[in-house]
Design a protein around this ligand. Structure first.
Ligand SMILES: [Fe+2]
Length: 301
């Protein structure tokens, strides 16, 4: 078989290619589960269309198999290269968009990321999530409401973030718990905590996904962000981040396409000595403050 890059194919060639696609589609016709049947047939349709559109060469197909094999080989309990691949292709974010339809003023969702941990410590309102993680202190406050504006008391707010060196606690390989916590909104739906001013960090890029980013001249760096997961009864769980207005990485592009304009927040710098909202003494340290009002959609939406 010759390798070809021409897009001009004969009617007979086109007929043979379509005939194959049709046969594969038909092979799934007796799938008992309707949804599985739909998924497999749509996958077949799009996969064949891709191969035909780009006139995929056999060498390229082998390269693709080798790439996916390498993605599998580097994956273990601590490293999930397939999720990374899904992320950098925007497939994770597209799945989030499909599953979190717009609903009034409901806060937009974004990628979950690999660094959430169950059982992060509980802190009181105004508490500190840093747990020793280095970084500039940042006061974060806001409200949790539903789409009618009703305050949501006792909403569970999970927050987690990288330290100023760009690492999450779990990446240090010891048992530290830092830069993560959960708290509950008060009777007026208000919440507040001390975190760290977020800084950009690269996704793990020493594997096949990193090589793909390098080959396509793409940055592995994520725009600086602070993760949130907010849950309350009868409301849609919100998994999101807030991003830092003015972060240069917003212009370069977030490597996993997680940025939504509505999630970019002002992190106002506070010179050393500026009184803190809760009287905390930060000595000669600069700090920052931001506000993030969270609106949860109804769970049935
Ligand atoms: Fe993150």
């Amino acid at each position: 078989m010759t390798e070809t890059t021409t897009h001009t194919i004969s009617a007979e060639q086109s007929r043979r290619e379509q005939e194959l696609t049709d046969r594969v589609l038909a092979s799934f016709e007796n799938t008992p589960d309707d949804r599985l049947k739909q998924l497999m047939q749509a996958l077949t349709k799009h996969l064949h269309a891709f191969v035909r559109e780009v006139r995929l060469t056999e060498a390229e197909w082998e390269k693709a198999i080798e790439f996916l094999t390498n993605v599998g080989h580097i994956t273990d309990e601590r490293r999930q290269e397939f999720i990374l691949l899904s992320d950098v292709l925007g497939a994770s974010m597209q799945t989030i968009l499909v599953n979190n339809p717009a609903d009034g003023d409901a806060t937009e969702a974004t990628v979950f990321g690999p660094f959430f941990l169950e059982d992060a410590p509980e802190i009181p309102l105004g508490g500190d999530i840093a747990g020793g993680a280095p970084g500039q202190p940042c006061w974060v406050e806001g409200t949790v409401t539903d789409t009618t504006g009703r305050p949501i008391p006792n909403a569970r707010v999970e927050v987690w973030e990288a330290d100023e060196d760009g690492f999450y606690d779990v990446q240090y390989g010891d048992d530290r718990v830092a830069g993560r916590a959960h708290l509950y909104s008060d009777e007026k739906g208000r919440y507040a905590f001390w975190g760290l001013t977020p800084t950009p960090y690269p996704i793990p890029h020493d594997g096949p996904v990193g090589a793909m980013l390098a080959a396509t001249n793409r940055s592995p760096v994520r725009a600086a962000h602070l993760h949130f997961m907010v849950t309350a009864p009868a409301l849609r769980t919100l998994v999101t981040h807030i991003f830092v207005e003015g972060d240069p990485q917003l212009e370069i592009g977030d490597s996993v396409f997680g940025v939504q304009d509505s999630l970019i927040k002002t992190f106002a710098p506070q010179p050393a000595g500026t009184p803190t909202p809760d009287g905390r003494d930060l000595g000669d340290q600069e700090w920052a403050r931001t506000r993030f009002d969270i609106v949860l959609a109804p769970a049935t939406a």
